[in-house]
Design a protein around this ligand. Structure first.
Ligand SMILES: Cc1cc2nc3c(=O)[nH]c(=O)nc-3n(C[C@H](O)[C@H](O)[C@H](O)COP(=O)(O)OP(=O)(O)OC[C@H]3O[C@@H](n4cnc5c(N)ncnc54)[C@H](O)[C@@H]3O)c2cc1C
Length: 278
């Protein structure tokens, strides 16, 4: 899985499946269900820490579910495998805007929706009207009113797969979107350019506080376990210096959490999803 995740760590999955379409996916999931083989979805692995023993069961990539289409009245329908930036560009070409803030978030719509990815105080689910899920072997559509979500969180049932999302956008001049993308790039280049493999922010920001500030205050900037390090550039980014293992990241994460808890009394929670056999 180190080949499929941006942290570049993680042992092998038993099975890596790339279904062709919804029918193929349904057959696969039904088959796995009958065999009692667990499964999980992956986007581009930008928010995943896979343990060193890898993943027992199947990892399903929806990279082929990448169509983007115009819906009725300023809506855009995007498949789970579509890249965030491609969706923003598609909307821009149709003079629509409202999700420009995801343009610089690496990954796919499936991953963005699952994580309620966001930036500048906004989350993708606020602009989402409904989701198509594969739940219990059936393809079903859910309005956002039927689903619970919050900061970097969407409550789904175990085994739910996001197939597509409908975004409700508003008219926007393409030039304004261009400017939004440019500013986002500039900001990310200046603040997030850590130069080493990472998963972006490792910890969620506690309510009203910035995780990086708490980590700095705890004196953890630059601290290292094996090949994993708290970035010198951005202290909420844990980076792979070249030869890190998942174990290094887990140990470093636990040291950061302890240090922050001791200095500020705050319990940090990982934003990165930790999966695989311990
Ligand atoms: C440099 C950098 C900067 C980043 N900046 C930001 C930022 O500003 N804001 C932000 O929110 N995040 C940020 N991230 C984190 C990451 O980009 C987001 O969480 C992104 O949404 C992950 O998308 P992905 O497709 O790679 O998902 P993955 O990492 O592959 O998966 C994330 C989770 O979603 C699940 N999942 C994926 N696809 C599906 C699906 N189709 N159905 C059901 N579950 C699914 C996975 O099982 C996993 O639990 C950053 C990461 C990096 C490396």
């Amino acid at each position: 899985m180190s080949r499929h995740t941006s942290l570049r760590v993680g042992g092998p999955a038993d099975l890596f499946a790339v279904p062709e379409d919804a029918e193929d996916l349904q057959n696969l999931v039904n088959h796995l269900g009958k065999q009692e083989i667990p499964w999980m979805a992956i986007g581009r692995g930008y928010n995943l820490l896979v343990r060193d023993k890898g993943i027992r069961g199947a990892v399903i990539s929806l990279e082929r579910f990448n169509e983007i289409a115009a819906g009725r009245e300023n809506r855009i329908v995007a498949g789970a495998g579509a890249e965030n930036l491609a969706v923003v560009r598609f909307a821009q070409e149709r003079r629509l805007g409202g999700i420009g803030f995801i343009s610089g978030i690496p990954g796919t719509i499936g991953g963005a929706v699952r994580m309620n990815a966001g930036a500048y105080g906004q989350g993708i689910l606020e602009q989402t009207e409904c989701l198509t899920l594969l739940r219990g072997g059936e393809v079903r559509e859910f309005c956002m009113d039927d689903l619970a979500y919050g900061y970097r969180r969407l409550d789904l049932q175990n085994g739910d797969l996001v197939l597509k999302a409908v975004f409700r956008l508003h008219p926007r001049e393409p030039q304004e979107t261009e400017e939004e993308i440019r500013k986002d790039r500039e900001l990310r280049n200046s603040k997030h350019n850590v130069g080493l493999p990472s998963a972006g922010s490792f910890f969620k920001n506690p309510k009203g506080q910035a995780a990086w500030r708490l980590i700095d205050a705890a004196g953890m900037r630059g601290s290292r376990v094996g090949g994993a390090q708290v970035s010198e550039v951005h202290s909420n980014f844990l980076v792979n210096c070249g030869d890190a293992t998942a174990r290094d990241f887990l140990e470093l994460s636990s040291q950061v959490k302890n240090a922050v808890s001791n200095t500020s009394g705050v319990t940090l929670e990982e934003e990165v999803r930790i999966v695989g056999e311990a």
